[in-house]
Design a protein around this ligand. Structure first.
Ligand code: FES
Length: 648
């Protein structure tokens, strides 16, 4: 059981009281999330020794060779190494502050929004139980004798009917081929894997012995930039391993349009299909290795992806997705044998792909609407999935309207000089000292920094704006040049986030002006997509009762930082919920429950789509959003004041 206790941490100077700090939280992270500045050059790996704080209260850790005996006796500890176990009083000494009276320089942040625990995520959707569409059944059959010499196939079918009430099952031909040996190998004890179909049950595998305790599925989120996999234990109803990789298709183009164009070249479609299958094979191998599970213990796979990714994975021609009136080959694809797609699993394993809504609202969004419970809620909900394609859906259990816009891969670390996915060693949070311009960072897993992920890029841009180092036009300010802002060899401005001595790559980690430019276009597209969608249904943000944010970085994103750059309007953080990878959430449910599979099909049928590619309103909104946070400041009163005070 997760420890749900929370504690109060007070920082001095400034008497900043942080309530509701989760038991076991990292102290440096608590400070960063609250906008309390503490020096941290190494990303929280304990190597720079700059984050010394004086602590009283209940905690664990914080000792380090970086601290002298004298420091230790004076209750000094490294904040990045401290785990909060109770109420704490923390004093930030002068040497650990970012400039003068740092804790006081920032106004309190409006809270981080709701980040859901694994248990909360499980509870988002109600009224389902573990009852997968593919199941394993143990059979103990009578061996044949002179009085009972019916053939093996009929014996199997009779056993299914008598022992599991499965009537009129058909049997896959390749099962019949090896049936005699399978039945006799363990003395007529076998396990039949049965898939439930609209036409009736079908046996897709018969293995010797009772194998019902070994029943797994693999769920995939096939993104344009990244592929994520989870291995699920279908008996225990839990995730046992997960892995991710960049989609190998990236070398053929960064977005779906360039991939579709490439697919029309001779051999292009095949190459793209092989590329994504290569990536899937890698992540499948990783999850099986991590959990020590044999690939023949996998009963089925579920994949959710955007419409183009779904077409390319299954080898279906995506040509007309990019040509008006933007028609996909099929929104609903039948299950296919994963093995026939080239995926290295046993040949009985079928892959279910999520149904799509339109050419640009795909199965990943249907999956997110299922996984986040939007399809069950009465509240008007805005669901936003931030990836290479940004998709937004508004509605509730009665109605759903969706749209999609191309954001580019910036939020997944693509197109960013030192960008990376949100994995260990990625800079996930950044603070910039207003007085000195010095950066302070936190990495995922407190590993040596090796790059920056989407939330880190957003944080960096927001902090640089507020510190007056970055202009609202997305250009660095020449007058801020100095120790941290410099021109590189190509004459471009770049801001140094991590010096080589603290980086895991042995080189400086920087954020460049073209990186900021990519971020500006990405956030502009998402903001414009949301506002155009809401306008199309006659709503504004005030009418939205809850906002659910999905995306690879969702877990680490800070609402106020996202609003500071204009990704969302400024809103009460309590209206936001972060679900992480929404697409995987829905794929999990569909894998566990055949009722959820039906629900996904219903959602895909009921959702309507607003096409933005020829929408002049969207283009106007997009152009207006190419500014930090926006050319129209009425949605950003807090930021307007901060920038006014900073003299921007
Ligand atoms: Fe704590 Fe570097 S030692 S952040």
């Amino acid at each position: 059981m997760a420890d749900t206790r929370t504690h109060t941490v007070t920082f001095q100077p400034g008497d900043i009281v942080c309530e509701g700090v989760p038991h076991g939280a990292n102290l440096l992270r608590v400070a960063l999330l609250e906008g309390v500045h503490i020096n941290a050059s190494c990303g929280g790996t304990g190597t720079c020794g700059k984050c010394k704080v004086m602590i009283q209260g209940e905690y664990d850790g914080g000792r380090s060779a970086k601290l002298s005996e004298e420091d230790f006796q004076a209750d000094l500890r490294l904040a990045c190494r401290v785990t909060v176990l109770g109420g704490l009083s923390v004093t930030i000494p002068e040497e650990s502050r970012m400039g003068d009276a740092v804790a006081l320089t920032h106004e309190r942040r409006p809270g981080p929004g709701r980040v859901l625990s694994a248990q909360d995520l499980e509870n988002l959707v109600t009224g389902w139980s573990i009852d997968p569409v593919v199941k394993r059944f143990a059979l103990a059959l009578e061996p044949p004798d002179a009085a009972n010499n019916i053939d093996d196939l009929d014996r199997l079918k009779l056993g299914l009917k008598a022992q599991h009430q499965i009537e009129n099952a058909s049997v896959d031909f390749h099962v019949i081929r090896d049936l005699p040996e399978a039945l006799r190998m363990e003395d007529w004890s076998v396990t039949a894997t049965v898939v439930e179909r609209p036409r009736g049950p079908k046996v897709i595998q018969v293995a010797p012995g009772n194998r019902t305790s070994e029943d797994y599925s693999i769920v995939l989120d096939i993104g344009t930039t990244s592929v994520y996999a989870q291995l699920l234990d279908l008996n225990a109803g839990r995730t046992v391993a997960q892995a991710s990789e960049y989609n190998d298709q990236i070398s053929y183009g960064e977005d779906v349009i360039t991939r579709i164009v490439y697919s029309q070249k001779i051999g292009g479609r095949k190459k793209l299909q092989e590329a994504v299958v290569r990536t899937i094979t890698q992540v499948v191998e990783k999850v099986l290795d991590k959990a020590g599970v044999d690939r023949c213990q996998v009963s089925h796979m579920v994949a959710a992806g955007n419409t183009t990714m779904t077409h390319l994975l299954t080898g279906v021609n995506p040509k007309y997705i990019r040509i008006a009136p933007y028609v996909p080959a099929a929104s609903f694809l039948p299950p296919v044998r994963a093995h026939n797609l080239g995926i290295d699993v046993c040949d009985h394993v079928h892959m279910y792909t999520f149904p799509c809504v339109s050419s640009y609202v795909g199965g990943d969004i249907v999956s997110g609407i299922i996984g986040s419970g939007v399809f069950q809620t009465g509240k008007i909900t805005l669901y936003v999935d931030i990836g290479t394609n940004g998709e937004a859906v508004v509605g509730n259990r009665e109605w759903l309207v969706a749209t999609s816009c191309s954001a580019g891969p910036a939020f997944e670390g693509g197109g960013i000089k030192h960008g990376m996915r949100a994995t260990r060693g990625a800079i996930e949070a950044v603070q910039v000292a207003p007085s000195t311009g010095e950066p302070h960072i936190l990495t995922i897993g407190r590993k040596q920094p090796i790059g920056i992920c989407g939330s880190g890029i957003i944080d960096a841009a927001a902090e640089l704006l507020e510190a007056g180092i970055l202009g609202q036009n997305g250009k660095f300010k020449e007058e801020a040049a100095g120790e941290w802002l410099r021109r590189n060899q190509d004459g471009q401005w770049e801001y140094v986030l991590v010096r080589a001595e603290y980086s895991g790559t042995g080189q400086d980690i920087v954020i460049t002006e073209p990186d900021i430019d990519n971020l500006m276009r990405a956030k502009g597209a998402i903001f414009a997509g949301i506002t155009t969608l809401l306008a199309s249904v006659g709503l504004d943000m005030d009418a939205v009762e809850q906002v659910i944010i999905a995306g690879g970085f969702g877990k680490y994103l800070q609402v106020d930082r996202a609003a500071a750059i204009g990704l969302f309007p400024e809103m009460d953080a309590s209206r936001f919920t972060f679900v992480g990878n929404g697409s995987l959430l829905g794929a999990r449910l569909v894998s566990f429950s055949k009722d959820m599979l039906k629900a996904a099909e219903e959602v895909a049928r009921m959702m309507t789509n607003i096409e933005l590619s020829d929408n002049q309103g969207f283009m106007d909104e997009y152009m207006a959003a190419l500014f930090f946070p926006h050319t129209e400041m009425k949605f950003f009163p807090r930021m307007e004041e901060i920038l006014r005070n900073a003299g921007s």
